[in-house]
Design a protein around this ligand. Structure first.
Ligand code: ZN
Length: 187
């Protein structure tokens, strides 16, 4: 199991063998239930107990904003901020010829289908800022550039609480080119 080292595994195994209560059985049942009941939302790819996830089914969220992420797990940190009230679309990976992952392996066709069906006015790209993430963003942007939808990307730059001296050159370049206006030149 991820995050469990040999020492923890041994402690857990001993606890399971010695436990008098039915806790180990309850945990086992919860694991089986989770495996059987959680699937991918057929719209956005996030985790869902039914056909559609809670986010896609939430009528209070904006249907005009769509945030494109790599993996369904990328939705969790964005949701924790509470700052985004649109919907998501997980493409399920990045274009990577070295790993034999092409555009047809990703949920890009599903994204185009949604654009034709839903009233989306802005697509926000939040794919990773590495080489594969960039080429995936560029590939999708190329497909969408003539569609009546604005295309944006989340800003990259200095983390909150981080100093300039600890940032690498790529991050500093991205922070400079993605600068935002505080006030204009007054004459
Ligand atoms: Zn969904």
């Amino acid at each position: 199991m991820p995050g469990v080292g040999p020492r923890s595994a041994e402690r857990i195994a001993l606890w399971m063998v010695r436990a008098r209560e039915d806790q180990p059985e309850r945990i086992a049942r919860a694991v089986i239930d989770t495996r059987q009941s959680i699937r991918s939302c057929k719209l956005c790819g996030f985790f869902a107990a039914g056909e559609i996830c809670e986010i896609c089914g939430d009528s209070s969220r904006s249907t005009e904003l769509l945030c494109v992420v790599e993996q369904p797990t990328d939705i969790l940190p964005l949701e924790k901020t509470g700052a985004f009230r649109g919907r998501y679309h997980s493409v399920g990976g990045k274009i990577s010829p070295l790993d034999h992952v092409g555009p047809e392996d990703l949920r890009i066709k599903e994204l185009l289908d949604r654009l034709g069906r839903e009233k989306i006015t802005e697509i926000i790209f939040a794919l990773p800022a590495d080489v594969e993430g960039e080429s995936t963003t560029n590939y999708i942007v190329d497909l969408l550039k003539d569609k009546p939808v604005s295309l944006t990307r989340i800003a990259r730059g200095i983390p909150a609480g981080g100093g300039l001296e600890s940032a690498d050159e790529l991050t500093l370049c991205a922070a400079l080119s993605g600068r935002t206006k505080i006030s204009s030149l007054k004459r």
